[in-house]
Design a protein around this ligand. Structure first.
Ligand code: ATP
Length: 354
């Protein structure tokens, strides 16, 4: 059976507020699809529409070819064959771990239930925890139990809303890798929602970037990161900066460097003479301190120490602001005049100046 999910031209309004507008999306069988975007962009509403916790104002939701929601009627989460792992879906404190996992399969014969609980606790690496109380578990272990509980009835689709946001960063990284493995092993189609770009990029088969109730771009993580179709998506992913560039026959001149025109994807002959914004991320640039400010491209305005590296915010003399990531041994003070080079050898995205 195919478990493809489809949102067709969905709009959801709350009084004068439009949370999601004209959104169409197909999630493929077996994939992990992640919606991401800034706060208030409509991610959670989209997930709740898929879950059956919200009804669309217009448009339809289908699961496995069957319409489960429209403006006229909407089936409940129970009728939809979906598993939910939401941030605020706590475990039942008065039940053991095993009883929590078995909660959604109470109607099955005892031996089937037992076998399924054992299988799932194995899957989430909690074999031997069956008789424990949830209160005796760490945050990460509790989330694994929540995952096992959601998977127990073998839902066609698993929906996850920021499931690890309450965990500390180290555990979060561990859990997201675990999640990808567990979903893969379970062979389930999943849609997740997160603020965490790194999480979305590292575990998803495809991502969808949302803004203001609209889906701005959908694709494989690498494709969206390397080729953001809009300035918004570019700005949202990966600490983007923009260099003003002037396109000529062979080159693009920017305040910091001259680039070959062919390095800019799609900057064809017709753009000769145009002024554009070239997308540069911290790894695309390199800063070198210079003694004389008059030789500098700009000045270090701020810096962030991340452990392995420094991220320098450089204010260019023409007003552009960009960031560069340098090794932690390259320690420069705020106010240092620097010369910048574009060190990226890959194709660069760009946008016509407004
Ligand atoms: P966050 O990342 O902060 O959770 P989000 O991207 O998940 O945000 P949504 O929760 O989907 O965003 O909200 C989208 C918009 O719809 C927001 O402007 C929000 O205020 C509005 N909204 C969501 N739910 C309701 C509601 N029940 N009543 C009124 N407005 C709502």
């Amino acid at each position: 059976m195919t478990t493809t999910l489809e949102l067709d031209d969905i709009t959801r309004t709350y009084g004068p507020e439009t949370a999601v507008e004209d959104l169409s999306l197909t999630v493929r069988d077996g994939e992990l699809f992640t919606l991401l975007g800034p706060s208030g962009c409509g991610k959670t509403t989209t997930l709740r529409l898929l879950a059956g916790l919200e009804q669309p104002t217009s448009g339809t939701v289908s699961i496995a070819g069957q319409t489960v929601a429209s403006a006229a009627a909407s089936s409940s989460p129970d009728e939809r064959d979906v598993g939910l792992v939401f941030q605020d879906f706590a475990l039942f404190p008065h039940m053991t771990v095993g009883e929590n996992v078995a909660y959604g399969i109470a109607d099955r014969p005892a031996e089937v239930r037992e076998a399924r609980v054992t299988e799932l606790l194995d899957l989430v690496d909690l074999a031997g925890f069956k008789d424990r109380d949830p209160a005796e578990l760490s945050g990460g272990q509790q989330q694994r139990v929540a995952l096992a509980r959601a998977l127990a009835p073998e839902p066609a689709v698993l929906l996850l809303d920021e499931p690890f946001s309450s965990l500390d960063i180290r555990l979060r990284v561990e859990m997201r890798e675990e999640l990808a493995r567990i979903l893969d092993d379970a062979g389930v189609t999943a849609v997740s929602v997160t603020h965490d770009q790194e999480e979305a990029l590292s575990i998803s088969d495809r991502i969808g970037v949302m803004h203001d109730g609209h889906l701005k771009q959908v694709g494989a993580p690498e494709a969206v990161f390397e080729n953001p179709e809009s300035r918004f998506v570019a700005s949202f992913l990966g600490q983007a900066g923009f260099l003003t560039g002037r396109v000529s026959e062979r080159r693009v001149d920017t305040a910091v460097d001259t680039l070959p025109r062919e390095q800019l994807v799609g900057a064809t002959e017709q753009y000769v003479g145009a002024t554009i914004d070239v997308l540069v991320r911290p790894d695309d640039l390199r800063a070198r301190p210079v003694a004389d400010e008059t030789d500098a491209d700009g000045v270090i305005a701020r810096r962030q120490y991340t452990g392995p590296s420094f991220v320098y915010h450089v204010e260019l003399t023409n007003g552009d602001e960009v960031r560069c990531r340098q090794n932690h041994t390259e320690r420069y003070a705020v106010g240092t005049p620097v010369d910048l080079d574009v060190v990226a050898e890959h194709a660069l995205a760009w946008y016509p100046q407004r």
